[in-house]
Design a protein around this ligand. Structure first.
Ligand code: NAI
Length: 257
């Protein structure tokens, strides 16, 4: 049952965070939208008619994370679900990518989740349960050329998610991972500014609505992990079984960035 659930979402000013907030509201949940850009945040929140909240939040700022989560609990009484969605990527060759880029992607995509999960945990423990949903990626299971920095952050997210899931289950707290393939969102404008990758995969891209629907289903069923779309889920499993063979057979197809 999703109705009435208080759902805290990071990076909700665009893309799947924003669309998920809208869908959750349409299903009767209470989304709390957070993001760095206040103008975009207010615009995203304004399109939601049901009960909701919004707070400025940069997930790289530990003090702000703690303060905002505390404030949200005080305003809404609890946080039932935390969706760790904030993230970004740059698709570039390892040789061309500055060291700082690796660090900044890790700071947001991985450490941002650590910060938010640690801040929400005492409240979820106190209320006797909860759900943490981490938006990872297909790149968390399969590294392709030009994703050394980004894929490493998503591999880290999945490592974190799997360990947290076992640790927190006895406290009634579910921990899930959502691993989408490419999605048509502003993410790709930053990751691939020339649009070469986006053009080459246009026919395979997921819509943000499709991913938001999968996230809502994960919340309803407390599913531990979901890979989408189906072709990617099958591909990831085959790749996991025969990685070197798959590199040989599908290397050219996987090298599209
Ligand atoms: P998006 O760019 O529309 O959304 C990401 C949001 O995170 C943006 O609103 C951005 O401002 C925010 N953000 C970035 N750094 C932040 C920080 N330090 N603090 C707070 N917010 C911050 O792109 P999209 O696609 O909706 O991305 C959402 C998640 O989905 C990301 O974690 C991304 O890695 C993941 N993902 C995206 C895929 C894609 O092809 N678009 C594929 C698989 C996963």
């Amino acid at each position: 049952m999703i109705k009435g659930k208080i759902v805290f979402i990071t990076g909700a000013t665009s893309g799947i965070g924003e669309v998920t907030a809208k869908l959750l509201s349409a299903r009767g949940a209470v989304p709390i939208l957070t993001g760095r850009n206040e103008r975009k945040l207010m615009a995203a929140a304004a399109s939601i008619t049901g009960r909701h909240g919004y707070y400025k939040l940069d997930v790289t700022d530990n003090e702000e994370v703690r303060r905002v989560i505390e404030r949200a609990v005080s305003d809404f009484g609890r946080i039932d679900v935390l969706i760790n969605n904030a993230g970004f990527g740059h698709f570039e060759l390892f040789d061309d990518s500055p060291v700082e880029r690796f660090a900044s992607m890790m700071d947001t995509n991985y450490m941002g989740i650590v910060r938010c999960a640690k801040a929400v945990l005492p409240f979820m423990k106190r209320q006797g349960g909860g759900h943490i949903v981490n938006i990872a990626s297909m790149a968390g299971k399969l590294s392709t050329p030009k994703t050394s920095g980004y894929a490493a952050t998503k591999h880290a997210v999945l490592g974190l998610t799997n360990a947290m899931r076992s640790e927190l289950a006895p406290m009634g707290i579910a921990v899930s991972a959502v691993n989408p393939g490419p999605i048509d969102t502003p993410f790709l404008q930053l990751a691939d500014p020339e649009g070469t990758y986006s053009d080459s995969i246009r026919g395979y891209m997921l819509t943000p609505v499709k991913v938001a629907e999968a996230i809502v289903k994960v919340i309803e069923r407390r599913t531990p992990e979901v890979d989408l779309p189906l072709w990617a889920a099958v591909g990831i499993r085959l790749y996991g079984l025969f990685p070197r063979l798959a590199d040989r057979l599908a290397g050219r197809w996987l090298n599209r960035k």
